[in-house]
Design a protein around this ligand. Structure first.
Ligand code: ADE
Length: 230
């Protein structure tokens, strides 16, 4: 079984990449796919880059070229729901593209011709990931539920309020997860995703995000992935 481990940015995956043994690197579509063993498992780890298109392209390579059995995404997100604070962790049960709007042809948020706005993660992998978070970060508050994705860094209180009003059950916002969920549905691939909350998607989001990715994100990812694989 091969497990893909994906982040958007180097700061989110650096410590995981360092831990891969007997690694070989393939260069495909401008990305480095690092193959090898991690905590006794066959893995391929890759930086998708930021945004939905970059994430979808990466997931497609993982499905087509590597025939991976599961994709696990680890990274950071902005907290949206009132109780989702910096340092909390969110394991996604489903994803939605908050910037998808083909109305009036299709209802707002619905992915055209899919007949759905929400794309589920795989329940067993998500449960395993949530258990891994509890072991890796026992003091962190863990949330489960809807994560929304879009090609915007949400960095004002007004914008995050608008998202909360439109999608009251959204826990957190990021820029890749829903795209990977859609590709995984297309290919019948298992998908699970964990996001540590780096900021509140408000007027302080930019500074909070920078500080969190520099100081904490990679360490959290490595701890969670280690707990998942051991
Ligand atoms: N990832 C982390 N913080 C984010 C934010 N505020 N908006 C979009 N993606 C994010």
């Amino acid at each position: 079984m091969t497990i893909a481990i994906v982040s958007a940015m180097r700061e989110e995956l650096a410590a995981v990449l360092e831990g891969i043994e007997h690694g070989e690197t393939d260069h495909i579509a401008g990305r480095e796919f690092r193959r090898g063993r991690l905590h006794g498992h066959e893995v391929v780890a890759v930086l998708a880059r930021i945004g939905k298109v970059a994430a979808a392209a990466t997931a497609t390579v993982l499905a087509e070229r590597y025939r991976v059995d599961a994709i696990v995404f680890t990274g950071v997100a902005g907290g949206l729901a009132p109780g989702v604070q910096r340092g909390d962790v969110v394991v996604a049960d489903e994803f939605l593209q908050h910037d998808m709007d083909a109305s009036p042809l299709f209802p707002r948020f619905e992915a055209p011709l899919y007949g759905r706005a929400r794309f589920p993660t795989e329940p067993r992998w998500s449960e395993r990931l949530a258990e891994a978070v509890k072991r890796a970060l026992p003091n962190a508050v863990l949330h489960r539920g809807l994560v929304v994705s879009g090609d915007r860094f949400v960095s004002s209180a007004a914008e995050s309020r608008a998202l909360r009003n439109a999608l009251p059950d959204a826990l957190a916002v990021e820029m890749e997860g829903a795209a990977i969920a859609q590709v995984c549905l297309d290919y019948g691939l298992a998908y699970a995703a964990v996001r540590t909350v780096s900021d509140r998607a408000d007027d302080e989001a930019h500074g909070d995000f920078q500080k969190f990715v520099e100081e904490t994100a990679s360490r959290h990812s490595a701890a969670i992935i280690r707990a998942l694989l051991t």
